[in-house]
Every structure is written in C-alpha cells, then in structure tokens.
Design a protein around this ligand. Sequence first.
Ligand SMILES: Cc1cc2nc3c(=O)[nH]c(=O)nc-3n(C[C@H](O)[C@H](O)[C@H](O)COP(=O)(O)OP(=O)(O)OC[C@H]3O[C@@H](n4cnc5c(N)ncnc54)[C@H](O)[C@@H]3O)c2cc1C
Length: 363
Amino acid sequence: MSQLAKSFDTDVLVVGGGPAGLASAIAARRKGMRVRLVDGGIPPIDKACGEGLMPDALKALRELGVTLPDNAGGLFRGIRFVGDGISVEADFPSRRALAVRRTVLHQALVDAASDAGVELCWGEAVGDLGDAPARWIIGADGYNSRIRKWAGLERWRSRKERYGFRVHYQIEPWSEYVEVHWHPDFQIYIAPAGADEVLVALLCRDPHLRVAEALEYFPELQDRLADAPRSTTERGGISATRQLWVVTQGAVALVGDASGSVDAITGEGLGLAFRQALALADGLAAGNLDLYEIAHRRLVRRPTWIANLLLLLDGRPALQDRALHYLARHPQVFRYLLAWHVGELRNPIRYFDSRTAAALDGK
Ligand SMILES: Cc1cc2nc3c(=O)[nH]c(=O)nc-3n(C[C@H](O)[C@H](O)[C@H](O)COP(=O)(O)OP(=O)(O)OC[C@H]3O[C@@H](n4cnc5c(N)ncnc54)[C@H](O)[C@@H]3O)c2cc1C
C-alpha cells in the first residue's frame, strides 16, 4: 500500500473500540506507537455477551495492564454441564474465571487505553477509509466489519452461525460454576454476574427463540428465576464459528470478531481477542504483519476445535446424552478437556500420560 511512503499524523488507526480494538490500541501504544482509535458508539458500550472471562482471558488482560475494579462481577471455579437427569462439573486447574458486566469491562479498557495515551475518538463511525490516514489500519469493527470488506478480506474458510441472547436477573448466584444446561436443540448458560445477579444466556439455531421460552424446557431453572426481577433488557447477537483465509492485507490487519470468531459456548471470544491484540502489537512493532498472520492462525486453532467439539452435541440428543454420561463416569477427562480449553495443558493426547492424569486428579 502506498501509505508506507507518506508521513502520517498517527502510526496506527484502530477502527472499532470494542474489547478487541481497545486491547489492540493499548498493546500497540505499549510498544511506543502513536495510536488513534475511532468508534461510532459512546462508552461504556454494551453488547450481547455471556460476559465470561476464562482464566486465560484474565491472564491476557493482566498482560495488557488492564485492571478491573475490585469486586467487579462474580468469580467461578469451573464449568458444570447439566443434561436430562445428569450433572457433571470440572474445576479450572489453577485459576478462577470471572463473569463481569460488559459495560464494566468496556469502561476498564477505555480507562486503560486513555492512561496509555491512546487518542480516543468516540461517536465517529468510519465509512470508506479512502486515502488511509495512518501507517497501519486495524479493523476491530466487529462481526459485520466494513474494514474487512474494504480490504478485500471477505473470504471465509468456514462459517457456522447461531444466535445468542442474554439477560440479567437480580438473584444471588446459587453455584460457583458456570452452568451449561443442555437441551437437544439449544443451550442455556448461567453465570454469576455479581453478589446478587446472574446472567442467563441462550445459544440456539432458531432466531425466534427467547430466554423466557427456552427456560420453559428447564422447570427447575424457571422456578428459581420465577420471582427474580430482570435487571437488564434482553439483547441478542450472532454467535458464530467462522474463519477467514487471511486476516491481513498490505497495511491492514483484522482483530477480534472482525477477524473471525468462535461460538459463544466456548466463552473464548474475549480472551481470543486479547491474545490477538498482543500478537498484533508484536507484528506491528516488527513492521511485519506476516508474524501476526501466523500467530492468528495458531491462536484460533484451539478455541475453534473446542467450538466444533461442543457443537457436535447440538441437535444430537443421543450423542449429547452419551457424552454427558461418559464425562460423569470419567470426571478426569472433563477436567483435562477444561484444562486444555483454558490453555493450561498443551496436548490432549497427554491425558494418557499417567503423571498428567494424576496431577489433574490432585494426587
Ligand atoms: C450471546 C453471546 C455470548 C457471548 N459470550 C461470551 C463469553 O461469555 N465470553 C467471551 O469471551 N465471549 C463471548 N462472546 C463473544 C464476544 O462477545 C465477542 O467475541 C467480542 O464482543 C468481540 O469483541 P470485538 O471488539 O471484536 O467486537 P465488538 O464488541 O462487536 O466491537 C466492535 C466495535 O466496533 C464499532 N464499530 C463497528 N463498525 C464501526 C465503524 N464503521 N466505525 C467505527 N466503529 C465501528 C462498534 O461500535 C463496536 O464498539 C459472546 C457473544 C455472544 C453473541
């Protein structure tokens, strides 16, 4: 791209100030670059999200130097799967995870970006970039990215779409786990969003289904929530597992949902965006976006595997039932898979290594 030869009033222009854009701006700024971020919204920006920050997402946030307010959200120790007459859970190996309101996370990222010296321009939607005003352009403009189209990167390697809805209820969380309730055709998950609030998220293939209707299939959950007032209105969005062939073109790089995504059942969208942001800053600092292209491919591999594995159970009640019963009989397998999911074990085959299995069993 010709802009390399010009002089610019900023090194990096980030289009989109969601979690991915803000994290990328912070990471690039920490490498000494001048960074301008532009977003059509005004913070704190809310969005349909399950709001779960897995242990690896929290680790990446710490690496970015972002701190969340004390007592923000609700900690959880692992994941519980609940099926027809069966419940099985696994703890994260060493660290806890956190469910935190999207607006709280957004404000913490905005504050960190401002402290780092990012030039923040809110309320300015970017149309056609035309003569790009920066050495590097980062497309962090979410699911329907205009930058992706503008850069000619709209070529999908794979694409599976579902719908996601979330709403909060004022009620004391009843579990230290995020509970995933499996219906043959959809999942509801419950996360502790604070001392007296839970988040209820629905993931489904039917765009017309809503949380209240889905809860009718889970009478126990419905009873628990019957007297709890809703503290937010229901929000929806697309929950997709999709991969692009490439995420860079000339001086343009995509990050976060603009660069592909994993189904929300993984709880990995945010963590993935933060890790991409860190890798992208390394590529920008080296002046070589090929490094980011390679890192991006590596970073999406594990969450995509997990998304595909979990979605095998969606719409297949017999397989779902067999899988949940298998995990109940072999809880160490569930713990192992969860440890792999959050990046604390590298190779699933090592489950068969007796030392690893013993470590996971706490022996
Ligand atoms: C129902 C649901 C549940 C989920 N649950 C979880 C979970 O529990 N844990 C998890 O980690 N992930 C979860 N995810 C995924 C996670 O929400 C996304 O991966 C994450 O929001 C991606 O962030 P982003 O910054 O890439 O995109 P976004 O958050 O969409 O931000 C994009 C930003 O770009 C701005 N923008 C767009 N177009 C323009 C333009 N032309 N000019 C300027 N600005 C523009 C928008 O205003 C917006 O602020 C969930 C998703 C859904 C749908």
